[in-house]
Design a protein around this ligand. Structure first.
Ligand SMILES: [Zn+2]
Length: 562
C-alpha cells in the first residue's frame, strides 16, 4: 500500500482543486464554456426551443414511468421466423444514430434530440464487438464475413477465415478456409434470398453474402490485373467477385440482386457503360441466360422506371444495376434514374414474398460510410435517415409475428458530437465558441479525414451545404472507421436473442436459430415451438413488485433502463 500513498494524496488534492474551480496555467477548468455570452445564449435558446413542460419534474417522472410500463409489457416472440430482413447501416456508429435522429427531427422544425429512428422503437437492443482477427478496427470486408457468415477473418478479406491473409488467393481457394454464407443456409432451407445495396453489388458488404475472396478490391478481373500488390496468376486461379456472384452456388441462387456496379459486369469494350472486364464477358447477359434456361422468369433492370413497372408476381429472379459504380447520395441523386433504398427494399420484399418457405433479405445502406469517409456529415446523416425509412417500410410490409428484422452496423466512424450546444442547436451548425482561441467550432467533427487543416475560423462557412466537409484533426485522404461497438436492434421472433454485448459473428447464429436454418436448425427448439410463431408475455407481477425492497426495485429499474 505504501508506494501508492503519495500519488493517491496528490490525486485527491487535484480532484479537490478541480472541484473548487481551480485554474491551470491561468485557464479556467470547467465542464462547460461558462462565459457570459454562452450562458445568455443558452437561456435564450431555452425560451425559444424547449417545451415548458420539460421544466416540470412530473413530466420526466411520467416519461420514466411510461417507458418502464412499456418494458414490463414487452412480449417475447418465439416460434420460427419464416422471413428475415437484415439491414446494415454501413459505418452507422452510435454518434451517427444520435445525430441522424436530431437531423430528422430538425427537418420537421423540432429540436430533434428526443426523436426516434424507426428501428430505435424495436423492443430489443444490443451491442456488437466489431474487431477482426488481425485488426482492432474493422473494415467492411472482415466485418461482413462475421455478421453474414459467422466467422471472423482478416481485414480486407471476405468470406474466408483468418488462415487466409490479404491477397493470398491460393489459401482462399481451399474449401477448409471458406466460410459458408447465411444466405446459403437460407437457400438450403428452401427460402428465397436477396441482396440489396446502394453501393456496387460487388462491394465488400454485399459481397459478404456470397463471395470468398482474399482481397475485397477484386470486384472484376480488371481490378485483379491492375492490383500492383497481387500475384498476376491470381486472375486465372481465383474468380473475381462479380464472377462469383453469377457462377457460384450462393450467388447464382439469389432471387434478388439490386444496387450499383454495372461496370464490373460488362466488358471494357462497352465504353458507354464504362465496362471494366478484361475477359470480354457480359455477366448480365450470362445471368439472364442461366436463369432462363432453368425455366424461371428472370428480369434485368437498369433504372427506376423499369423497376417501378416490374410485375413482381411474375418475377422469379431480379437483377437491378442502377449505376455504373456506387449509386448516388439521396440528396444528390437523379431520382428519375435511380430508385431509393426504400423503393428497392419494397420491390425486393414483393419478389421474395412469392415462396411458401419464406425469405431472407439483406439490405445495406452503404452511403452512410461513404459520406463519413469524406467528412461529409450531412450526407451521412441523410443516408442514415433513408435507412431508417427503409426499415420502417419493411416493418410496415411484414408482421413481427413471422418476420424477424435485425438492424445493425458493420463498424463505427470517427465522427463525434462535441461541445455543449444548447437544446435544439442545429446539428449541422457551429453554436459553441472555444474558451481558448475564442473561435466557434462545429458540433460534429472528425478525428481524421480529408478536411483536416490548421485551426481556422469557420463562422463564415455554409455548413448546411450538403457536401460541406466538417472539421477533422489528422489529415488523411480518406477518413477511417472507428473501433467502438455498434448497436443492434431487433424486432420479431427471437428478437430477444440480440440483447447484450457480443461478438459480431454471433449475429448470423442468432438469425439461424430464429429462422430454423443452417446451424440454428441443428439445435433443439426451445419453448416447444413449431412452424408457427407464439408469444409469451414476460412481466413482473404486482406481488413480486410488492415484495421488493425499495433498493431492489431501484436497482431493477436501473438495470432495465441501462
Ligand atoms: Zn468504410
Amino acid at each position: 500500500m505504501q508506494p501508492y500513498g503519495v500519488p493517491c494524496a496528490f490525486a485527491l488534492l487535484i480532484a479537490i482543486a478541480l472541484l473548487l474551480g481551480a485554474t491551470t496555467n491561468g485557464i479556467e477548468i470547467r465542464h462547460t464554456d461558462n462565459n457570459v455570452e454562452n450562458i445568455a445564449a443558452r437561456k435564450q435558446a431555452s425560451k425559444n426551443n424547449i417545451n415548458p413542460v420539460e421544466n416540470d419534474r412530473q413530466f420526466w417522472n411520467n416519461v420514466g414511468n411510461d417507458l418502464l410500463q412499456k418494458k414490463l409489457n414487452v412480449e417475447r416472440k418465439y416460434g420460427v421466423a419464416k422471413n428475415v430482413i437484415f439491414f446494415i447501416g454501413d459505418g452507422m456508429s452510435i454518434a451517427t444514430l444520435t445525430s441522424a435522429r436530431i437531423y430528422m427531427g430538425q427537418l420537421q422544425n423540432k429540436t430533434g434530440e428526443n426523436e426516434m429512428l424507426s428501428f430505435e422503437k424495436f423492443p430489443y437492443t444490443g451491442l456488437s464487438k466489431t474487431y477482426c482477427v488481425d485488426s482492432q478496427v474493422a473494415d467492411s470486408a472482415c466485418s461482413a464475413t462475421a455478421y453474414l457468415m459467422g466467422v471472423k477473418g482478416n481485414i480486407e478479406t471476405i468470406g474466408v477465415s483468418g488462415a487466409v491473409s490479404n491477397r493470398d488467393c491460393l489459401a482462399s481457394n481451399d474449401p477448409a478456409n471458406q466460410a459458408v454464407s447465411s444466405m446459403r443456409w437460407a437457400q438450403q432451407a428452401g427460402k428465397r434470398t436477396g441482396v440489396v445495396s446502394n453501393m456496387r453489388v460487388t462491394h465488400a458488404t454485399p459481397a459478404g453474402a456470397y463471395a470468398n475472396v482474399a482481397q475485397r478490391d477484386w470486384e472484376c478481373d480488371g481490378d485483379m490485373a491492375t492490383d500492383k500488390l497481387a500475384e498476376k496468376w491470381c486472375v486465372t486461379k481465383s474468380p473475381d467477385i462479380a464472377r462469383q456472384l453469377i457462377e457460384r452456388e450462393t450467388g447464382r441462387n439469389l432471387n434478388v440482386i439490386m444496387g450499383g456496379g454495372r461496370a464490373k459486369f460488362l466488358p471494357n469494350t462497352d465504353k458507354d457503360q464504362q465496362g471494366q472486364r478484361q475477359d470480354g464477358r457480359n455477366l448480365t447477359k450470362e445471368w439472364l441466360e442461366i436463369n432462363r434456361t432453368s425455366g424461371a422468369s428472370s428480369v434485368y433492370v437498369t433504372d427506376r422506371t423499369q423497376l417501378k413497372s416490374l410485375n413482381t408476381n411474375e418475377t422469379d429472379y431480379l437483377l437491378g444495376l442502377f449505376a455504373t459504380s456506387h449509386m448516388s447520395y439521396n440528396l444528390l441523386a437523379n431520382k428519375s434514374v435511380e430508385p431509393t433504398l426504400v423503393e428497392m427494399t419494397e420491390k425486393a420484399i414483393e419478389v421474395l414474398s412469392k415462396g411458401d418457405a419464406g425469405y431472407y433479405l439483406f439490405v445495406e445502406g452503404g452511403l452512410i460510410d461513404w459520406a463519413h469517409h469524406s467528412n461529409m456529415a450531412q450526407l451521412a446523416l441523410d443516408e442514415a435517415a433513408m435507412l431508417s425509412k427503409a426499415v420502417g417500410r419493411a416493418r410496415e410490409l411484414t408482421s413481427p409475428d413471422d418476420t424477424l428484422i435485425v438492424v445493425t452496423s458493420d463498424h463505427s466512424h470517427t465522427m463525434t458530437i462535441n461541445g455543449y450546444p444548447h437544446r435544439g442547436s442545429d446539428i449541422l451548425g457551429h453554436p459553441v465558441t472555444a474558451s481558448t482561441d475564442k473561435m466557434p467550432y462545429s458540433t460534429l467533427s472528425y478525428a481524421n479525414g480529408p478536411s483536416a487543416r490548421e485551426r481556422y475560423n469557420l463562422s463564415q462557412d455554409n455548413t448546411k451545404e450538403p457536401q460541406y466537409q466538417f472539421p477533422s484533426m489528422v489529415n488523411l485522404t480518406w477518413e477511417t472507421h472507428g473501433g467502438e461497438d455498434v448497436g443492434v436492434f431487433a424486432s420479431g421472433p427471437w428478437a430477444h436473442l440480440f440483447v447484450g454485448n457480443y461478438e459480431q459473428n454471433y449475429i448470423p447464429y442468432a438469425i439461424s436459430y430464429a429462422a430454423n436454418m443452417g446451424p440454428g436448425a441443428e439445435l433443439e427448439r426451445k419453448h416447444g415451438d413449431n412452424a408457427n410463431s407464439s408469444s409469451t408475455r414476460i412481466s413482473v407481477g404486482p406481488s413480486l413488485l410488492q415484495s421488493m425492497s425499495l433498493a431492489t426495485f431501484t436497482a431493477l429499474v436501473a438495470f432495465l433502463l441501462q
